[in-house]
Design a protein around this ligand. Structure first.
Ligand code: GUN
Length: 297
């Protein structure tokens, strides 16, 4: 039997544990605040940001949302971020990526106060992560770690193959999994578009993490019998549905499920964990900025 790893359930438990930390902060007169900034009219980005705001409301985090016209000058975005950095009621600042082409995304991540950088994208926070002393673990990689832990998948000594070298998922996940920590100590192979003989790399792995953004690029023939498969992909592909599309992962689920010992579905796998870890980072940020200690799950 293949274990279908239920990200919705693991994320719900995490949110429930976080509510206790949020109550501790409330008892001390602190309400965590998360600001989301959207400078895009991409429907998927709009959906992600509105889901993040809904999550905040549900757990008792103050959500602040700012929309900026995608055609506005970049300075408008930097000014907004500067205002949020200076606002003591705002503990976390997230600029939804991607930003328009005329805005330099590296400047954007540098503009966010590293203490409020709940994405963990600021170079100072990336450096700390690589050095093994993270301030904020980026949400998707941290969510993948928590999901593996909840599914009792041991990373210590495991061969993990990651597909995709993005700054948001692949690179930080590789860094987290090689660290000398409970959810680390793995041997990581980080693959990308120029990797030769990808199937050999995935077939060698105890755990395959697909984060390439290519619909259904991994199938069962590329997996070892009993592999654990984590699908980070959320791809909109045209389909004969009411919305005109459906969501598929980077993994061809049916054939992969036949080989895997455990697998995450799309939707309902990594996605809800990413959202839960954003709440986690916001609570951690509020705790650090106010000096009110809380236990984090
Ligand atoms: N766009 C896609 N994923 C993310 C994320 O985790 N954070 C931000 N800020 N933008 C994204």
């Amino acid at each position: 039997m293949t274990d279908i790893i239920d990200g919705d359930a693991v994320a719900a438990e995490l949110r429930s544990d976080l509510r206790a930390s949020i109550e501790t902060l409330a008892d001390a007169g602190v309400r965590p605040g998360l600001a989301t900034v959207l400078m895009s009219d991409d429907p998927a980005s709009e959906t992600y940001v509105s889901m993040k705001q809904r999550d905040c409301e549900e757990v008792g985090i103050e959500g602040i949302h700012v929309e900026i016209d995608p055609d506005a000058p970049a300075e408008e975005l930097y000014d907004t971020v500067a205002d949020l950095n200076a606002d003591p009621e705002v503990h976390g600042v997230l600029v939804q990526m991607p930003v328009p082409d005329h805005v330099d995304d590296r400047e954007v991540v540098r503009a966010v106060d590293p203490q409020k950088d709940v994405d963990g994208f600021h170079p100072e926070n990336v450096g700390r992560l690589v050095a093994g002393n993270p301030r904020f673990k980026p949400c998707t990689p941290h969510g993948v770690q928590k999901l593996l832990d909840a599914a009792d998948v041991e990373t210590e000594g495991a061969d993990v193959t990651i597909l995709g070298r993005s700054d948001i998922v692949g690179k930080p996940l590789a860094n987290l999994l090689v660290q000398k920590t409970d959810l680390g100590n793995a041997t990581v192979t980080l693959c990308h578009s120029r990797t030769e003989d990808l199937p050999a790399k995935t077939r060698d792995a105890d755990v395959v993490v697909a984060a390439a953004g290519v619909p259904e690029m991994i199938d069962g023939s590329m997996l070892a019998e009993g592999a654990v498969v984590v699908d980070v992909g959320i791809n909109r592909v045209e389909a004969d549905t009411d919305k005109g599309y459906e969501l598929v992962g980077d993994v061809e689920f049916d054939s992969a499920e036949e080989k895997a010992s455990a697998i995450t579905p799309v939707p309902g796998g990594v996605g809800p964990m990413t959202r839960a870890m954003l709440l986690y980072n916001t609570v951690a940020a509020a705790s650090r900025q106010t000096g009110v200690d809380v236990e984090l799950p």
